[in-house]
Design a protein around this ligand. Sequence first.
Ligand SMILES: CCCCCCCCCCCCC/C=C/[C@@H](O)[C@H](COP(=O)(O)O)NC(=O)CCCCCCCCCCCCCCC
Ligand SMILES: Nc1ncnc2c1ncn2[C@@H]1O[C@H](COP(=O)(O)OP(=O)(O)O)[C@@H](O)[C@H]1O
Ligand SMILES: [Ca+2]
Length: 573
Amino acid sequence: MQPEYLPFPALLCSVLSISRQHYEVTLDPGRALLSWRKLRPRSVKGRTRAGICLTRVLHRARGLAKSFSRQITSGSVTVPLTEIVSVEEAEIDGKYCNSMKWQHMCKPHAFTVRYIKRMKKHRWRCGEVTFWCSEEQMCCHWLQALNDALNQQTHRPKHLLVYINPYGGCKKGKQIYEKKVAPLFSAAGIAADVVVTEYANHARDNLYDVNLEKYDGIVCVGGDGMFSEVLHGLIGRVQKDSHIDHNNPSACLSRCSIRIGIVPAGSTDCVCYATVGINDPVTSALHIILGDCQPLDVCSIHHKKNFLKYSVSLLGYGFYGDVLKGSENNRWLGPARYDFSGFKTFLTHHWYEGTVSFQPAKWVIGSPRDNKPCTSGCHVCRQSSKQLQELQKEQNCRFEHSEEEWTTIKGKFMAINAVSLSCACPRSPKGLSPAAHLADGSADLILVRKCSRLNFLRHLIRHTSKKDQFEFPFVEVYRVKNFQFTPKHFEEYDTESTDIGNVSKKNFAQICTDHPSCVCSHVNSSWNCDGETLDQTAIEMRVHCRLIHLFARGIEDAPLTDDSNPSKILPME
Ligand SMILES: CCCCCCCCCCCCC/C=C/[C@@H](O)[C@H](COP(=O)(O)O)NC(=O)CCCCCCCCCCCCCCC
Ligand SMILES: Nc1ncnc2c1ncn2[C@@H]1O[C@H](COP(=O)(O)OP(=O)(O)O)[C@@H](O)[C@H]1O
Ligand SMILES: [Ca+2]
């Protein structure tokens, strides 16, 4: 039975000073809150003759916590302990020491608390407040109590492995890390081993050798391509350690428990944007420091029995495949290479023939057009993944191989896109599939059939507004657990050869030489897999529910404060 009065955790309440004004400061470990409210001079007098300090360690934690929360109304600030970034003894600023206020004291004692401040559009910043105490003992007492509270948050990382791509996006990865992220990590007491990559796939290869047990997380500084590299290194490493053959398309992959943090410094940054709500390095660093955890679906892509790649953002054939191909020679343009290539690709207006087959994700409780985006602590993800787990248990793992209900669509397509998250990014803040879910075990398969240039433009423009981009007769969207694609010309030239892709490419080259005026070079597009071109066009894809975890929490429903009013943090109740 629960005792009525608990000796611990104890409420700590003192009158401390902030910028020479008196505040009642309360640490309530029971409710995991730190709050402070300004006191009127009269109430300060009533509390302490010295006018500066009074510590009350209140043992009646529960009842008194309630009465305190009622007192603290407007003008007060309340910060959940889970949102405190760091607590440290304050650096004493000369201007305070020399001020009249403190001259009578031999040594002022103060501590600084850094905490999360929510700004507009899911941006986080670090708020800072310095509390002044009249006695050293009181300062130590507060520091001890706050640090104890932080130490209880065992999900926070202590040691990170950081990979920086110095060439991603605008080539500012190193600078972003050093100026914006490293100081926050060090303030939060996080040790980081930093690797600045020297070549493509350096991070991926390194992850096969590194002692992962030393680390609480991996951070990548770069774009979606860099994240993909780290993802391949980590998933590959975990499968290798668990003796799982990734070439088997129906293998049940081992989940990766170590979390990945993304500090955005790339061209698209859609994984970061879609999981945090913004591509802002400081916001990402703060999510990492707090030890957020967001499970994420990952798609595996195979050609026959050969593993090709994993994908978490966009797996796109046709338009986005061509945009990527066209952008590769213009890397020097930085992020603008995609817009330039996008414009050119739009003008060329190619369509491609092929067959798409897929199995619907029957367990999901959402649908791609239900207008219910994935949010922090998403109920759809929780419920859907739970139902998937039950289904898998029921069918005794045969579920993944079941042959039931394949839907086959043969046609001419402008674009075939599969996304396991929304793909929201600065270019399209709601993304390619606004209601896709981060961790429901499904992907949204979007088919854009051959249409006029004007119609395709209308569809593209919808990605930049709130209007439904699927509301066209030539666009279809399905929530799937897997799909297969075979280009038409792959079928025609399919042979029993083991290297079918090469054979068909060879045949096309032949045809094109024979008919120089034809458009054979455009019969097939290529797949854009998270910003990398796949070698094969005939592929199969499968979603792995919650295969990895990120230092993120999904997109919070509504920001609680805005830039103009950062001091009102949270209502008390
Ligand atoms: C008319 C304006 C239409 C704007 C349509 C914007 C849709 C944007 C959807 C973006 C989805 C992004 C999915 C993420 C993919 C990334 O994994 C991947 C790799 O990223 P990384 O380089 O950071 O490593 N990024 C990409 O493949 C880049 C895709 C970007 C596509 C931009 C397309 C711009 C299209 C412009 C068409 C202009 C038509 C104008 C006609 C007058
Ligand atoms: N040191 C390096 N030199 C060259 N390429 C690298 C290096 N480090 C990483 N890469 C590769 O650069 C590609 C693009 O990186 P990314 O950070 O996603 O930038 P962007 O968003 O501009 O494409 C990734 O595929 C990654 O493998
Ligand atoms: Ca998903």
